[in-house]
Write a protein that binds this ligand. Structure first.
Ligand code: VGL
Ligand code: ZN
Length: 202
């Protein structure tokens, strides 16, 4: 087992991000056996779940004149528009059935406010609205985080950068993560994570 001040955060391993899903990440399901094995090493495991209302502002269908993967200006900054995905209560929003979700002690849902997206598990995309995860981890004595899941260049990447800025020691298991890689987003996310002090391992 890992030391008691370490936690594993498994990001968005949901049906819609796996092959056959609405926003499928190439090979997204290939990481699941490794994630299950890794979860068994940690006394503290958090699972995040992208959890959007059907009228969510990040869905291209809700932005007339725009198509998926366009970027638009939102009041809180640039926002990539996505196909409809991870709608609350749908099968696409459920964890992949192969994931041992029972190992998670906290399921943190994010992106549930229609007007704002939330890639990071710590802050919504305005970089100000907190999810409360920082306090949850701190009050459990956690200081070191391992992150893995989907997608490396969006929810894993933003979560890792925020965690490092909040003062956690952070490593991202790249071998247990997969990327969307939109217009160079993977290279950009890797550089931004490194600049924030995140260790890219695996
Ligand atoms: C994600 C795009 C939209 C992710 C979530 O989990 O990385 N990406 N919503
Ligand atoms: Zn989303």
């Amino acid at each position: 087992m890992r030391p008691p001040d370490e936690a594993l955060i498994v990001i968005d391993v949901q049906n819609d991000f796996c092959p056959g899903g609405a926003l499928a990440v190439a090979d997204g399901d290939a990481i699941i056996p490794g994630l299950n094995a890794l979860m068994s090493e940690y006394a503290c495991v958090v699972l995040t779940q992208d959890w959007h209302p059907a009228d969510h502002a990040s869905f291209a269908v809700n932005q007339p004149g725009h198509a998926p993967y366009d970027t638009i200006a939102m009041p809180y900054g640039p926002q990539v528009l996505w196909p409809v995905h991870c709608v609350q209560g749908t099968r696409g929003a459920e964890f992949h059935p192969g994931l041992n979700a029972a190992a998670g002690q906290l399921i943190l849902r994010k992106g549930f406010r229609a007007a704002i997206d939330s890639y990071s598990a710590f802050f919504e995309n305005d970089h100000r609205t907190a999810t409360g995860l920082d306090g949850w981890l701190r009050s459990r004595g956690i200081g070191k985080l391992t992150l893995a899941g989907l997608a490396t260049d969006f929810c894993v990447g933003y979560s890792a950068q925020d965690a490092a800025r909040l003062g956690f020691a952070v490593e991202v298991r790249e071998d247990l993560s997969r990327a969307i890689d939109l217009n160079g987003s993977l290279a950009a996310a890797r550089a931004a994570m490194r600049a924030a002090g995140v260790a890219l391992v695996g």
